[in-house]
Design a protein around this ligand. Structure first.
Ligand code: HEC
Ligand code: HEC
Length: 297
């Protein structure tokens, strides 16, 4: 009887799992806002058609000039909701039913997320930086953040360019609770495939949040220092390349010439049997003699 009853309620069996994996890190149902608004009773704020359209392509709705969407984005400090992987019209309909049912409960299973509220220590910040840089391996095997992200305090060229710079992300994602929840299940197209089966551990999220909190107070001046460092590094690399070529070229020069000279010198010395083939000083003198016809023979 239960089996026939469940489909009648509305959503397919995997909908709560889908919601948990793709939405819960940015939205609570009845627990206040995280990166995105609290979805409790969202069906009373907008009709189903609008919600379905928005879920399938949030950016398109925002770009269309929809005033309600514009206000939501403003309240979210410019973060535009990403398209959830595998989102379809059918999925969206299922989710609306799930949210509606969960909104009626006194305490939804999606009311909130457990976030540590231990104070951040200097130790945490250092640990967070080590994790970011990949010097401390992620316990579940995720990819180090600096493969795709840069930070104000990474040496120039030290961070990846695929993702945004995360120096101010603590501020951008509205502080500890929202940022930590976000990191529990990064639901963006690029990060989800990497972290879905290799989630960050609570202790790693705590350390990263400590590092991001500290970096958020960095001033813009750091960015320009970085640009100068970048320039200096570019010059240093250019200089190094010039020296390298110089060294390589010399090596090539001697590489051809030295055996020829050695053969020549030992031929000269063949008459005087007891003398060694050559001495470093005669060789050096002979090599310096750049127009010697023997060198080109
Ligand atoms: C990266 C964080 C993030 C994820 C993940 C995310 N959202 Fe959102 N969502 C937002 C933000 C931010 C807004 C506010 C509009 C904007 O800025 O784009 C929003 C707005 C919404 C709204 C409109 C809310 C209102 O008050 O009218 C709905 C509905 C919604 N999201 C549903 C979902 C569903 C369902 C999922 C999972 C499939 C999801 N979101 C995943 C961040 C997210
Ligand atoms: C495979 C590349 C990759 C790796 C590895 C990666 N990220 Fe990301 N991340 C991205 C991309 C790309 C974005 C931008 C959203 C998108 O398109 O997916 C992003 C977005 C973010 C955001 C949201 C930024 C914003 O302003 O909205 C945060 C926070 C974040 N990443 C944190 C991390 C942390 C912490 C790690 C390491 C544990 C990490 N990322 C590892 C590629 C990556």
């Amino acid at each position: 009887m239960l089996a026939t009853f469940v489909p009648a309620v509305g959503w397919s069996q995997d909908t709560p799992d889908y919601y948990r994996q793709n939405c819960m890190n940015c939205h609570t149902i009845g627990g206040g806002r995280l990166t995105g608004p609290d979805l409790k009773d969202v069906g009373k704020r907008r009709d189903a058609e609008w919600l379905i359209g928005f879920m399938q392509n949030p950016k398109a709705v925002v770009d269309s000039g929809d005033a309600y969407a514009a206000k939501l984005v403003e309240e979210s400090r410019g973060v535009v909701m990403p398209i959830a992987p595998g989102m379809t019209r059918y999925r969206a309909e299922q989710i609306i039913k799930l949210i509606e049912a969960e909104s009626k409960l006194e305490k939804s299973q999606f009311q909130g997320v457990q976030i540590s509220n231990k104070p951040f220590t200097e130790q945490d910040r250092i640990h967070g930086r080590e994790i970011f840089l990949g010097r401390q391996k992620l316990k579940k095997g995720g990819t180090a953040c600096n493969a795709c992200h840069s930070m104000h305090d990474l040496a120039a060229l030290g961070g990846g360019r695929l993702g945004p710079d995360l120096t101010r992300v603590y501020e951008r994602l509205k502080g500890r609770k929202a940022l930590s929840a976000w990191l529990m299940a990064p639901a963006t197209e690029t990060m989800q495939p990497v972290f879905k089966n290799h989630p960050l551990e609570a202790e790693e999220i705590h350390a990263l949040a400590a590092y991001f909190e500290a970096s958020a107070s960095q001033t813009e001046a750091d960015a320009s220092v970085n640009r100068i460092a970048f320039l200096m590094m570019g010059l240093a690399v250019a200089g190094a390349i010039v020296f390298l070529f110089d060294a390589l070229w010399k090596g090539r020069f001697y590489g051809v010439r030295r055996p020829l000279l050695e053969a020549g010198v030992s031929a000269v010395h063949l008459g005087h049997k007891s003398t060694p083939a050559s001495t470093p000083s005669t060789l050096a003198a002979a090599t310096g003699e750049s127009n010697s016809p023997r060198g080109h023979s």
